[in-house]
Design a protein around this ligand. Structure first.
Ligand code: EPZ
Length: 420
């Protein structure tokens, strides 16, 4: 296992290129199963999660070639059973459910386990596929989906008690592209990554309207053909770097971003008083010693994203004020708080609300990464801490950030990756 040693206090400055979106790449790679033709996907980030998805496609029988950020898939003959040993390692592999059943009229995928950010149910995925006529059984940790006569389009509402479901919307949308008739998904997730998937499916010949809103209409077609697509930039990686640039140094510029996907994040940073400049595909930010605290609640898109909650807890430690952040999507998603408190952060957690009094210098310490975003938040905390912070279990970061340590080092951070 590896760890990242972060030496606090180094000033950040300069420019950083943002990679393609992990959360767009995963469902788009799964969607290549919907056609026997060749698909070319560009700007796929080099992460363990995308590598897992590439391996799953291969194990399902697709021919897959990967050359740096370009993945070429030809899923001519595919199997209907997803490999357990791979699927169990990555929850997002649930998004092969829709395309496999859409294409083969049946599939078996193992039930994804929970993870540290909380229980990860798939009831809404199954509700949506059943609304399309699938017969579903869950037995021995496996989900078996059957739609012998193919899917039949119909109306449904996928809103759950914590809001809409991103991958649930993806799964049902993918399955509905090959259904007979029209499908209407109310309560659909409106995230940019859902819209990016829809744009890829439309290039494949799917008939979809309303992606990026909470109501998506899909007119089924007989088959889909191959297509080429470039994945949108990763708004969560970009938001993570905006936090870093606001916390320490002389200011940084992010390149290859889509600022229109990050309004909820940049609006908060502007309100705090951080100097931000927004270009067509770039955003610049710098620290402000007089920045004000924030009061945030995580919501479904276009609200403030849950995937930025941990990073903003780290940012709050650098603001000489009180900030609060309430988590409504994954109420247990606070594994980073205990670790930050070990660094001396002044944080009070009451049910799903963290209250952070920032401004006092935090101290470096050995800390334990837990989930992807919590781990990135600990690296951010290490950037401003006094002394050395060892972020253990670095594999969590490598799951979802393309070369985060190299990119931070390129901005002047003092850090090194070593064997634990
Ligand atoms: C996607 O996960 C993202 N992952 C997550 O990012 C992100 O945190 C999440 O959406 C919310 O934005 C990918 O896109 C690969 P959900 P997903 O279904 O689709 C509940 C990261 O850090 N729910 O939108 O699995 C669920 O428990 C990752 O990059 C049900 O109740 O999340 C949660 O409370 C972490 N029943 C809420 O809905 C279901 O059937 C949102 O979950 C499905 C979900």
């Amino acid at each position: 296992m590896e760890k990242l040693i972060v030496h606090g206090g180094a000033a950040l400055k300069g420019r950083v290129n943002i990679s393609g979106s992990k959360n767009s790449s995963l469902p788009i790679l799964a969607a290549t199963l919907l056609t026997k033709d060749t698909c070319t996907i560009r700007r796929v980030p080099d992460l363990s999660d995308t590598n897992y998805m590439v391996r799953i496609l291969g194990e399902l029988g697709a021919e897959v070639e990967r050359a740096s950020g370009v993945v070429v898939v030809k899923a001519e003959k595919i199997k209907s059973v997803a490999p357990y040993d791979l699927v169990r390692k990555m929850r997002a592999s649930i998004c092969v459910l829709g395309p496999l059943t859409g294409r083969l009229k049946k599939c078996v995928v193992s039930l994804p386990g929970g993870c540290v950010i909380g229980d990860r149910p798939v009831d809404l995925h199954l509700k949506g596929l059943e609304a399309l006529g699938a017969v579903i059984t869950v037995d021995g940790g496996d989900i078996s989906v059957n739609a012998k006569k193919g899917f039949k389009g119909g109306p449904m509402n996928l809103m759950g008690k914590h809001g809409s479901t991103v991958l649930g919307t993806d799964n049902v949308m993918m399955a509905a592209t090959l259904a007979k008739g029209t499908t209407i998904i109310e309560g659909a997730a409106a995230e940019p990554e859902v819209e990016d998937l829809a744009n890829f499916l439309i290039k494949m010949g799917a008939k979809i309207e309303g992606a990026g809103t909470n109501r998506i209409t899909i007119e089924g077609v007989k088959e889909l053909h191959g297509a080429e697509h470039t994945v949108i930039p990763d708004r969560i990686e970009a938001g993570t770097f905006l936090c870093a640039g606001a916390m320490i140094g002389e200011g940084i510029t992010l390149k290859r971003v889509m600022p229109e996907h990050m309004k909820s994040i940049t609006d908060v940073l502007k309100k705090c008083g951080f100097p931000i400049e927004i270009g067509k595909d770039s955003i610049s930010i710098a620290p402000n010693p007089l920045a004000k605290g924030f009061d945030l609640t995580t919501l479904c898109y276009p609200g403030f994203p849950t995937d930025m909650q941990a990073q903003f807890c780290a940012l709050a430690c650098a603001i000489s004020d009180v900030s609060t952040i309430t988590e409504t999507i994954f109420p247990q998603r606070f594994m980073h708080i205990a670790e930050m408190k070990r660094m001396g952060a002044n944080i009070d957690l009451q049910s799903a609300t963290a209250r952070i009094r920032g401004g006092q210098r935090i101290k470096g310490a050995p800390v334990m990464a837990s989930d992807l975003r919590a781990s990135a938040a600990l690296v951010l905390a290490g950037l401003i801490a006094e002394g050395r912070t060892d972020v253990n279990r670095l594999y969590h970061i490598d799951r979802g950030y393309e070369h985060l340590d190299d990119k931070l080092a390129g901005l002047g951070a003092q850090l090194e990756r070593v064997k634990e």
